[in-house]
Design a protein around this ligand. Structure first.
Ligand SMILES: N[C@H](CCC[C@H](N)C(=O)O)C(=O)O
Length: 279
């Protein structure tokens, strides 16, 4: 099969974007893995498949697959690239777009400076939402927020639609992302595995972040991970409600007013090239 695609990135988190708005497309996990392979295929962290909406309340739907072929619930950087794609491809003339993912409806706004703001929905802190099994653990409370002792560190857990476990570190540059990241990502207490965030507080409105992503390893940026780190930092009393997040691939802005209010993420979305591949 000859497949047309668009290569994009959001703060260095890179995607193969496939437009399936005009004809249905089903790729096997093996075909996804080939697309994601940085030597034998195109190479990407995740694959984004854009489809027509199946509900009057949304303009589109899209599906996200890690480069292992596993479908996931949410991708912050991918949602911004989705907006850039559908606007540039002329699939919509709107600047506020509603899209359905596996388990959320997102509202996305294209800003005049080219960045995209995404209403990422509200965080969910109940362990069962990830899922995370806290049985037998005694959390340390930081400003009333539970930090769970796992693998010798303290994890703040939160679902942004996909699962995240965030720990505070003194310096992201020396954080044990390559060794501790996979141990947390695959830990038995996370039945559907987890994205492992390493957060360094630079100021109450600025953090540095590295994320060992579920099913993808360390990426240069993780949008849902940035949301997760900021809301954990706010609940733990380390951060204010608007935070600049420095990732290895670029900068994101995360805002959250607390409670059931939605998390707003603003950041870049860049098209790199169009291509075709024989699958
Ligand atoms: N690896 C994530 C999906 C991609 C999320 C990330 N790329 C983002 O920008 O949010 C997971 O399995 O939940």
């Amino acid at each position: 099969m000859r497949l047309r695609f668009t290569k994009m990135h959001g703060a260095g988190n890179d995607f193969v974007v496939i437009d399936a708005t005009k004809q249905p497309l089903t790729l096997t996990p093996e075909q996804m893995r080939h697309l994601g392979d940085r030597r034998f295929g195109v190479g990407c962290d995740q694959i984004l498949v854009i489809e027509p909406s199946t509900d009057a309340g949304a303009d589109f739907r899209y599906r996200i697959f890690n480069n292992t072929g596993a479908e996931v619930e949410h991708c912050g950087n991918g949602s911004r690239c989705f907006v850039r794609y559908v606007v540039d491809a002329g699939l919509t003339d709107k600047r506020e777009i509603h899209v359905d993912t596996l388990n959320r409806r997102l509202r996305l706004m294209l800003q005049d400076d080219g960045r995209v703001t995404v209403n990422m929905g509200a965080p969910v802190f109940e362990p069962a939402a990830l899922p995370f099994d806290p049985a037998g653990l005694v959390p340390r409370l930081e400003h009333g927020f539970e930090l769970w002792p796992v693998e010798g560190v303290e994890l703040g857990v939160v679902s942004m639609g996909n699962p995240h476990a965030v720990q505070r570190v003194a310096d992201v540059a020396t954080a044990p992302v390559a060794t501790l990241g996979p141990r947390i990502e695959g830990h038995a207490r996370f039945a559907r595995r987890v994205n492992a965030g390493f957060l360094q507080v630079l100021a109450r409105d600025r953090i540095a972040l590295r994320v060992y992503e579920r099913d993808a390893g360390e990426t240069l940026a993780c949008g849902t991970g940035a949301c997760a780190a900021v809301v954990v930092g706010i609940r733990a009393g380390w951060l204010d409600s608007a935070v600049e997040v420095q990732t290895r691939g670029g900068q994101l802005r995360i805002e959250w007013a607390g409670g059931d209010s939605p998390v707003l993420m603003t950041g870049p979305a860049v098209k790199v090239f169009d291509g075709e591949i024989e699958l």
